[in-house]
Design a protein around this ligand. Structure first.
Ligand code: ADP
Ligand code: MG
Length: 250
């Protein structure tokens, strides 16, 4: 029996069926007690292996997305943000917008939950099997400038276009030079109707000329982003500040 088991162990290792290996003895004992058929026994083991692989693939996609924190829709307090329709966010959370290759744009002041919601949508996208990349607008522009200096801008663009969803956080917070914003425009243009973006910004569209240096480029970016998109205007005071004020009163 020991020799047989070590042979089985070796085969399972070769086949990289680690869950089979770790659960084999326990499931075998349970199946023997319950008088399960071989098929039932194998089915339980196979199910556990599949479950583990799905979970580790999700974890891999979440790691690759480089979210700054983990945020979910469950932890978002909709009562604190009456400008947002919970139903609309739940619908976006189902990720149909990714199948349609359309975009989501969060516009609102600092601290009102734009990053929180974009991470929540991105995290669910990872769970549904989509490849996601999270970056601040500054991070994205720096990555593209760096790639240009290393003569691999086109390669980087192609690499970024392979993501199903790019989250570009905090557009408008930091001014960029012309070269940087032109690269961002190229990325938006390359992804138009090919892949989705979530953009968060504190600036209304009318002020995007301040980011993109001239009204023609700003209009071209807005046009491509907005054509197939959901635009969510967030209002009100910073949630962080409101929490701080509430806690200092108690
Ligand atoms: P923004 O990106 O709009 O500046 P964040 O998403 O970074 O704001 O939110 C700031 C902090 O407040 C985060 O920790 C976030 O989780 C929290 N927060 C903001 N709005 C809400 C909300 N309505 N419910 C729960 N947490 C919130
Ligand atoms: Mg933010």
């Amino acid at each position: 029996m020991n020799e047989e088991f070590s042979r089985l162990e070796q085969h399972l290792k070769t086949l990289r069926l680690s869950c089979f290996l770790s659960s084999y003895q326990r499931v075998a004992n349970q199946s023997a007690k319950a008088n399960h058929s071989y098929t039932e026994f194998l089915s339980v083991l196979a199910e556990q292996e599949v479950h583990k692989r799905v979970e580790s693939a999700i974890a891999g996609r979440v790691r690759a997305a480089k979210f700054p924190q983990l945020k979910t829709l469950d932890t978002f307090d909709f009562a604190a943000q009456p400008a947002l329709k919970k139903k609309q966010l739940i619908q976006l959370h189902q990720c149909h917008f990714l199948r349609e290759k359309s975009n989501v744009i969060f516009i609102g002041p600092c601290g009102t939950g734009k990053t929180h919601l974009s991470i929540a949508l991105g995290h669910e996208a990872c769970a549904q099997g989509y490849r996601v990349y999270f970056s601040t607008a500054a991070g994205l522009i720096n990555t593209l400038i760096e790639a240009k200096h290393e003569y691999r801008l086109q390669k980087k663009m192609k690499q970024l276009c392979r993501f199903d969803l790019i989250i570009c956080d905090e557009l408008g917070y930091i001014p960029f030079d012309r070269e940087g914003t032109d690269f961002l425009f190229q990325l938006v243009a390359a992804r138009y109707e090919q892949g989705s973006m979530i953009v968060t910004t504190n600036l209304p569209f009318s002020e995007w000329t301040n980011v993109f240096h001239d009204s023609a480029t700003a209009a071209a970016v807005v046009d491509r982003l907005v054509h197939h998109s959901t635009i969510l205007q967030i209002q009100g005071d910073s949630y962080r500040l409101a929490q701080k004020v509430a806690s200092s009163k108690t």
